[in-house]
Design a protein around this ligand. Structure first.
Ligand code: F0G
Length: 456
């Protein structure tokens, strides 16, 4: 029996990546003010900044682009996409949007109001920000294991049903609907079990509340269910996904993830009242309801991508990639969030750089060091992203200091991952040499995108 899980594709078009030297990278990082967001992408060797919209499309998707019907109204491409999404989700209404956050903004504008509370396992940043923009409060209720980096649990993305019930008992009148994020990106790309979703559904039913899913990475979540949840092994991933959708009343999706496209998203719902208001807003800001801010060709690529994202050979390879990286890193004494999730590996920077205090931004420093060491770009999920400078000048710091290495879909091969793991383990062996940083310039909101730093 052969155990190696290979990339289930061969390569038809290649895109060169340029090797660079350490002195070159030192110059580029200095010019970028020690902020990897400010680096030109051509100066990055392996780009693990995000898995969102960065993957490779298939030959079938590139072929489908040519079929794009660019009619302003009633595009055939829309009807093809609608048929695929209705078959998968079972929802009656499909509204395309240019990406996930557009679906969020439109849905929250019609379905929430000031003072509302929305429970979720963990709201992604844009989800939280869009709710807060409406004056609503985003409540994160992931199970306690979901916040412990090294506690092993098969479904660390599960929501804490006891805390949901408690919230419903006290505040039902303020809760317009419940949400669940599949997989739980902010918690490490951890999956949610079917049992947990069923329990959540039952609980929300008792209070007459709808359930809305954030399904960016629903296919990865469904594969985790097939691999890990009792009694699910013999079902197809698509059947599992269909059950997930059937447990909810609608969903929002950034199709830049499991939709396997570079741009796109949608909102799918059953409730006609929400749909009418959502379409009105869509026309105001995104476009006519049969294209929603996308080109006809984007809709075609997405219709194909939604099917390819559910391919089980692909998903087995996809989940194995993160697991493989995790195994190699652990073998080199690199602490990571465990078990590995679907789309990324998270390095624990506090463990990696124990000599740096919170004011030296360990995760930010580690992201910089990885770039200098090997041309790898990851993203800090730590105090630069989640801390704040208060009015009186004092700084707040986040509990965890992580560097996320998120993997674009179908883009890098095993040797790229071998290279990355070797470089990170090598850096770990000399980690005491890594310097901390101090922040010398910052914006008031979302400061990580533009902040400037110097070495300490
Ligand atoms: N929900 C989740 C769980 C996400 O991970 C994202 C995006 C969004 C919503 C918003 O979708 O970017 O299409 O507007 N996550 C990206 C990331 C940006 O890097 O994790 P979008």
């Amino acid at each position: 029996m052969i155990h190696t899980i290979i990339e289930p594709f061969r390569i038809k078009a290649v895109e060169p990546i340029r090797m660079s030297t350490r002195p070159e990278r030192e110059g580029w990082l200095k010019a970028a003010k020690l902020n990897v967001f400010l680096l030109p992408a051509e100066h990055v060797l392996l780009d693990f900044l995000t898995d969102s919209g960065t993957g490779a499309m298939s030959a079938r998707q590139w072929g489908a682009l040519m079929e794009g019907d660019e009619s302003y109204a009633g595009s055939q491409s829309f009807f093809r996409l609608e048929a695929v999404l209705k078959d998968l989700t079972g929802y009656q209404y499909v509204i395309p949007t240019h990406q996930g956050r557009a679906a969020e903004r439109i849905f929250f504008s019609v379905a929430t109001k000031k003072g509302d509370l929305v429970p979720n396992n963990t709201h992604f940043d844009t989800t939280r920000a869009n709710l807060e923009y409406q004056g609503a409060e985003a409540v994160d209720l992931v199970i306690p294991e979901g916040l412990q980096p090294r506690t092993i649990h098969p479904f660390k993305g599960n929501i804490d049903l006891a805390r949901v019930e408690d919230l419903l008992k006290r505040e039902a009148h303020r809760i317009p609907f419940g949400m669940m994020t599949l997989t739980n990106n902010s918690g490490g790309g951890q999956p949610v079990s079917l049992a947990n979703l069923r329990g959540y559904r039952e609980l929300l039913n008792r209070y007459g509340k709808p359930l809305i899913l954030d399904v960016c990475r629903y296919a990865e979540n469904s594969m985790f269910i097939k691999l890990r949840e009792e009694g699910q092994q013999d079902r197809s991933v698509k059947a599992i996904a269909q059950e997930i959708f059937s447990l909810a009343d609608g969903c929002m999706m950034s199709a830049k993830k499991d939709g396997m496209v570079n741009i796109g998203g949608f909102l799918a719902l059953n409730d006609a009242r929400w749909v009418e208001a959502a379409k009105t807003l869509l026309i105001l800001t995104e476009g006519f309801p049969t294209y929603g801010g996308l080109a006809g060709r984007d809709l075609e690529a997405l219709a194909v991508g939604m099917e390819e994202g559910l391919d089980e050979d692909y998903l087995r390879y996809r989940l194995r990639t993160a697991e493989y990286m995790g195994e190699k890193l652990k073998a080199g004494n690199v602490a990571i969030v465990e078990p590995t999730g679907g789309h990324a590996v998270y390095l624990d920077a506090k463990d990696f750089l124990p000599h740096l205090g919170p004011g030296q931004y360990p995760a930010w420093s580690l992201a910089n060091a990885l770039y200098l060491e090997a041309g790898i770009r990851g993203v800090e999920i730590g105090s630069v992203m989640f801390g704040k400078r208060l009015e009186d000048g004092t700084e707040t710091y986040s509990a965890m200091e992580l560097v996320r290495l998120a993997f674009p879909r179908r883009m890098y091969t095993q040797s790229h991952f071998d290279y990355a793991a070797e470089a990170i383990c090598e850096l770990k062996a000399r980690s005491h040499e890594v310097k901390g940083v101090k922040m010398v310039k910052q914006a008031k909101y979302l400061r990580h995108f533009t902040a400037e730093f110097e070495w300490t």
